[in-house]
Design a protein around this ligand. Structure first.
Ligand code: HAM
Length: 417
């Protein structure tokens, strides 16, 4: 074991793997742009009260998972444990609502949660997220969901399930909450200690518990969708009808509650059977009161966050081949000092003309340099020796066929292109 290793629950993405990650991130960005979303970049850390006051005090994230510390100025700072509150903070701070009625933003960012690490659950993860702020139209809920579906399909992922629910609004929830509490009252001894606490503080969160005993104790619990008021019910029905119009299949999961208190109405999650216990590929929903709570004027909104690490695990376990280009066009092998000096110049010239090129910096034998060219996935090796230099030419070797031709240095870029 080396002396220094990455902190528990974090991951390194090595250069051999990173082209796949770049590819997926790039597809996400392109999909967002197709749907009219633009990137918002916010800081990795925020003042702590943005999260403590707006995500829900009793949520797992706020009560036990935040990376919070005092900075040298004595301010309480938290590494962002999710992306929605920071996006809304920026929306309000920069008054984005004044310039456009609907603001559609996306982000790719690192998220920090002090969770117990296991496959698919890390202390630092990456979220690909979007937020659409400014519309109450159920069509935009469907747009948000369809963007995720389109993105997953664009990278070749077809095996996932979309679960949806409506968790109502502050008007319909109290009645449901009471019904749930009444139901759970006689079953408390079957619940885990966390759920007993949830029963007191935030009963709906019991529905989300992964413990088998809790799930079976609550299997017949009342369903929130049966308690929705007319407005929430109509909204939920319209979202479903739009999804059907878009040919997006879904199942209604009455127990889907999501992990933050800001959600209202639509809640959804994408799950993959390939992920084991941490099966949520991504999730989101509507949060019609958060902008106002953060200090803006009332602005309905909806969005999602998709975990990049879990997506990469799913892609791998399904054996999906991503069409990533990992090789370079050419590797310049040189022999002798003069040729080496010429190689430095040639590499720079070719790169400036848009040809991806690497070269030898170790002074190894030609055979060893060819091996490196092979490892780097070079399509061609450009061999420069004293002879070639004297003729202002290079030998170009096709690495796959071993065919060799001589090309003058001035025509090299065009030939390779
Ligand atoms: P979330 O469900 O907490 O939602 O996280 C979104 C996704 O991030 C999860 O579905 C999962 O794929 C990934 N994820 C969460 N925690 C971890 C972890 N510890 N390790 C690896 N991946 C993880 C949110 O954060 C909301 N802000 C999403 C949202 C945006 N809702 C509306 N707009």
């Amino acid at each position: 074991m080396p002396e220094y290793v990455a902190p528990r629950g974090t991951n390194d993405v090595l250069p051999s793997e990173s082209p796949k990650w770049e590819y997926v991130e790039d597809k996400f960005r392109k999909t967002c742009r197709l749907f009219g979303y633009k990137e918002l970049r916010t800081p990795t850390f925020e003042y702590t009260d943005l999260f403590t006051r707006n995500l829900g005090e009793t949520t797992d994230v706020v009560s036990k998972e935040m990376y919070t510390f005092q900075d040298r100025g004595g301010r309480s700072i938290t590494l962002r444990p999710e992306g929605t509150a920071p996006a809304v903070r920026a929306y309000v701070q920069h008054n984005l609502g004044a310039s456009l009625p609907v603001n559609k933003i996306y982000y790719v960012g690192r998220i920090f949660r002090y969770e117990r690490p296991q496959a698919g659950r890390y202390r630092e993860h990456t979220q690909l997220g979007i937020e659409a702020l400014g519309s109450i139209d159920p069509a935009i809920d469907a747009e948000v969901i369809s963007l995720a579906v389109c993105f997953y399909r664009n990278i070749g992922l077809k095996e996932f399930e979309l679960k949806i629910n409506s968790i109502g609004c502050p008007e319909c929830r109290p009645k449901y909450r009471q019904a749930l509490v009444d139901f759970a009252k006689d079953r408390l001894e079957r619940l885990c200690p966390s759920c007993v606490r949830r029963y007191e503080q935030n009963p709906m969160r019991m529905l989300d518990c992964k413990e088998q005993n809790c799930q079976s104790a609550l299997v017949d619990a009342p369903k929130l969708i049966d308690y929705l008021g007319p407005e929430c019910r109509e909204h939920f029905e319209k979202v479903q009808s739009y999804l059907r119009d878009l040919d997006i299949s879904f199942v209604i999961d009455p127990k889907l509650v999501r992990g933050f208190d800001y959600y209202t109405k639509t809640a959804f999650e994408f799950v993959s059977g390939k992920l084991g216990a941490q099966n949520a590929l991504g999730g989101g929903g509507r949060y019609d009161n958060l902008v106002e709570e953060i200090g803006g004027s009332p602005t309905p909104a909806v969005g999602f966050g998709l975990g990049l690490e879990r997506l990469m695990l799913t892609i791998e376990s399904l054996g999906i081949e991503l069409p990533v280009e990992i090789g370079i066009t050419a590797f310049i092998a040189s022999m002798g000092e003069k040729a080496h000096m010429a190689a430095v110049k040639l590499a720079y010239e070719l790169r400036n003309k848009g040809v991806s090129v690497d070269m030898d910096y170790t002074g190894r034998s030609l055979k060893a340099q060819m091996k490196i060219a092979d490892k780097l996935g070079a399509k061609y090796a450009i061999i420069l020796g004293e002879d070639e230099l004297a003729r202002q030419a290079a030998t170009v070797r096709n690495m796959a066929s071993s065919e060799q031709i001589t090309v003058s240095l001035s025509e090299l870029a065009d030939t390779l292109a």
